[in-house]
Design a protein around this ligand. Structure first.
Ligand code: ADP
Ligand code: NI
Length: 217
């Protein structure tokens, strides 16, 4: 099977897997990350098939919705790729990327490194910032029944992953705990450039938000 066939089969598979996914991790998130990844990959030396498969398969089973089980997504991805007879070296690389891409809470460490991981991680991070990032944060906060903002509750950038997951902090805190930190965590030059613009957009949003909160505008 040539790569175009494998990619289109993967797209069909992922769409099926994400049929009932919540708004922040639905097929449209995957589609945006896939497009970001292709754009970033153009300027990098990397294996395009690995980038494509990892972007498509990186969120097929979010641990937040599987009792914190981080191993389900990589397992399902491996089974699918094996059933499609994708070469082992490619499968192993894609699975490593899926295992290492996430920046749960304030956890920015990664144990595995590759040019392809750098590309897909940047693509995923770009979807967490800017206008879409703002929309996703409030969507997630709503899903968790969190307040929009509370001037009495300060952001906390030192939470453990579990504390972070269970935190009832208002959604605006998430900007300081994660979203505004992403610009300086980007791996690739294209990723950095786009992140800079999206970061500025979030800063403008926050300034406007506080002004409106105070009844100034
Ligand atoms: P990923 O799955 O890409 O590793 P997450 O699952 O942590 O990232 O986040 C998915 C989306 O939900 C992102 O847009 C993120 O900003 C948002 N999100 C995650 N945690 C929070 C939170 N505590 N408050 C608001 N939004 C959140
Ligand atoms: Ni993602």
């Amino acid at each position: 099977m040539d790569n175009t066939d494998i990619i289109s089969k993967t797209i069909t598979f992922v769409k099926g897997q994400l049929e009932n996914a919540e708004g922040g991790h639905d097929w449209f998130h995957i589609e945006r990350v896939y497009k970001n990844a292709l754009l970033i990959a153009k300027e990098e030396v990397c294996n395009l098939q690995v980038v494509q498969l990892s972007a498509l398969l990186h969120d097929i089973a979010d641990s937040k919705f599987h009792n914190g089980d981080e191993t389900i997504g990589p397992k399902i991805a491996r089974q699918f790729l094996e059933s499609e007879k994708v070469p082992d070296a490619i499968i192993n690389h894609v699975v490593l990327i899926i295992e290492n891409i996430s920046f749960k809470g304030g956890n920015f460490d990664k144990k595995f490194h590759s040019a392809e991981l750098d590309v897909v991680q940047d693509a995923d991070r770009l979807d967490a910032i800017g206008a879409i990032g703002i929309a996703r944060a409030f969507n997630y906060g709503g899903f968790k029944n969190r307040a929009l903002y509370d001037p009495e509750i300060a952001p906390n950038t030192n939470m453990t992953i579990d504390e972070y997951k269970n935190s009832q902090a208002p959604t605006l805190n998430h900007f300081y705990e994660k979203l505004l930190l992403l610009k300086d965590k980007m791996n690739t030059s294209t990723g950095k450039k786009i992140a800079k613009e999206r970061h500025r957009f979030m800063e403008n949003f926050l300034a406007q938000f506080y002004a409106e909160w105070e009844g100034e505008k």
